[in-house]
Design a protein around this ligand. Structure first.
Ligand SMILES: Nc1nc2c([nH]c(=O)n2[C@H]2C[C@H](O)[C@@H](COP(=O)(O)OP(=O)(O)OP(=O)(O)O)O2)c(=O)[nH]1
Length: 164
């Protein structure tokens, strides 16, 4: 099973909005708002739709924070691969409200509850919240983190392709 998904972190000054997920994969953990990109949608459109559905907020502008791969292995085989586009937004309309899927809660960026989140988030989320862009690959065995690598994406200082 290969899935393309999104994660979105609303930012308000020094605070970030997380949701306590009530159901689905990662229930009981704090996470960004997100879910699967549906056929015909761009990742940006999916991130906006999920924010409206899960917390009743419409982001007006998104910043791309990077791409994550989550590989889950079970009994020596690949159970699922998740390609996740990460976004932040500090421009949105509406006040976050609870839904059937999520309880929203603001945290100071220094007080993000990493012990109640997916194991990998502590490695990459601080970079994204600091304005960096990342690419990471995280391998899990029955959703326990086993191996990972993480890269900071840098702005290309030279054109990658010279058209002259
Ligand atoms: N922060 C973080 N999020 C993760 C990790 N692994 C992982 O699948 N996710 C996210 C990516 C997706 O946003 C979400 C996938 O869960 P899901 O596919 O069950 O989502 P869902 O039921 O809410 O989706 P949907 O039906 O609303 O589309 O969880 C992880 O290690 N860290």
């Amino acid at each position: 099973m290969i899935l393309v998904e999104t994660l979105l972190y609303l930012v308000r000054g020094g605070e970030v909005l997380l949701i306590l997920k009530k159901r689905g994969l990662g229930a009981g953990l704090y996470n960004g708002v997100g879910g699967k990109v549906k056929p015909g949608e761009t990742p940006e459109e999916a991130a906006v739709r999920e924010a409206v559905e899960e917390i009743g907020v419409k982001p007006l502008q998104l910043n791309w924070g990077g791409l994550l791969e989550f590989w889950n292995f079970v009994d020596g085989g690949v159970e699922s691969v998740h390609y996740v586009h990460v976004f932040t937004s500090n421009s949105y309309v509406g006040e976050p409200r609870e839904s059937e899927e999520a309880i929203p809660q603001w945290f100071r960026k220094e007080e993000v509850p990493y012990d109640k989140m997916w194991e990998d988030d502590r490695y990459w989320l601080p970079v994204v919240l600091g304005g960096g862009r990342i690419y990471g690959r995280f391998e899990f065995q029955k959703w326990k983190l086993r191996r990972w690598s993480l890269y900071l994406l840098e702005e290309a200082s030279q054109p990658l392709l010279d058209l002259v």
